[in-house]
Design a protein around this ligand. Structure first.
Ligand SMILES: [Zn+2]
Length: 343
């Protein structure tokens, strides 16, 4: 099959297009999907660079967010059939442990993300367990459908699961133009919250407002905690931080007493200085988020079907141009998702 193969860890040049990668064979409880589109995530960049504690064996295939058509199902599969249009829930877990059976599969001891250790969707075909296959919203194209699972699942876990967001909530979302940013702005608005976000230029700021952000701060030229406190003297209820080292403590400074910092992703580095006393005196909660329970993807998918959430696709590249797509993502020029189209 055609695939973009990661041969060595490092720059985008290590992604090589081949047309003779072995097509996966499916077990009795697995599904083979003919990939139509696969979205990029920053996770792809980390895996490509070999920058994570967990590394895949090489050659590897990246890609966590897949949409496509069911090509073949194992003999025990009942939930989908050949020809169905589907998306893939990117979280892979054992399915039988206590956490999995309690709906906390993202805490499974064997948890993996498609494209992290398992071979992902930068290919003509991908195989996953039947439990990872969900019907594609009929109102979305394949490109649009590939654009939402990982980011929306993570953001749902952050805002709804951990953050306990409600109409009363005041939320700060860093980097509103990113994949998780556009997801978080929409979801927070849908929940009725007041949304402050940050953007790196006026065009991105305008688009964040169009998505529903109530206030946009330029994170390059403005003092974010100061601006937040001009708006809300006591601070905000929830901060969504996926930037990491550069923003972590600023996020804490934006929170009101009893506020929650929900965090995942470390695009600027993974070490932060923390003043423990400041945290306990204010009863600040630090809540780590790693994707989210798979079941929430059904709720998210329904909200897309009902038109309450919208995919935000910035640019589409053909599969062969995966290295170019990575370079583009790393330049941070995008607004929303970068997607590879597979034919
Ligand atoms: Zn498990």
């Amino acid at each position: 099959m055609q695939a973009v193969v990661l041969e060595n860890f490092g720059g985008p040049e290590n992604l090589r297009y081949v047309d003779d990668f072995p097509t996966p064979s499916v077990g009795e409880d697995e599904v083979l999907i003919r990939v139509k589109a696969v979205a990029l995530n920053h996770l792809d960049v980390w895996v490509r660079m070999g920058a994570l504690a967990v590394k895949p064996s090489l050659p590897h295939i990246l890609g966590s967010d897949v949409s496509g058509i069911v090509e073949k199902v194992g003999s025990l599969v009942r939930n989908v059939k050949e020809g169905d249009e589907v998306i893939v829930a990117p979280g892979i877990s054992c399915g039988v442990c206590h956490e999995c059976q309690s709906g906390r599969d993202n805490l499974c001891k064997e948890y993996d993300i498609l494209g992290l250790r398992s071979k992902g969707g930068y290919a003509q075909y991908v195989k996953v367990h039947a439990r990872n296959v969900i019907r594609k919203p009929a109102n979305l194209s394949f490109v649009e459908a590939a654009s939402y699972p990982l980011t929306f699942l993570t953001v749902w876990n952050a805002l709804v699961g951990k953050g306990k967001i409600g109409p009363h909530s005041r939320v700060l979302i860093w980097a509103g133009s990113s994949g998780v940013g556009v997801a978080a702005i929409q979801l927070a608005k849908l929940m009725g919250a007041f949304v402050i976000t940050t953007a790196g230029n006026s065009e991105k700021a305008k688009r964040c407002r169009e998505l529903g952000a109530d206030m946009v701060i330029d994170h390059y030229t403005e003092d974010v905690p100061k601006r937040v406190r001009e708006m809300f003297k006591e601070g905000v209820d929830i901060v969504v931080d996926h930037v990491g080292e550069k923003t972590f403590w600023k996020s804490v400074e934006c929170l009101k007493k009893g506020g929650k910092l929900v965090f995942f992703g470390t695009t600027t580095g993974s070490y932060a200085h923390i003043d423990i006393r400041y945290l306990f005196v204010r009863e600040i909660e630090l809540l780590g988020v790693y994707m989210g329970p798979r079941a929430d993807l059904y709720k998210i998918t329904e909200l897309f079907e009902r038109g309450l959430l919208k995919p935000v696709v910035d640019r589409v590249f053909p599969l062969q141009e995966a290295p170019e797509a990575h370079r583009y993502l790393e330049k941070s020029l995008h607004f929303g998702k970068v997607v590879l189209k597979v034919d």
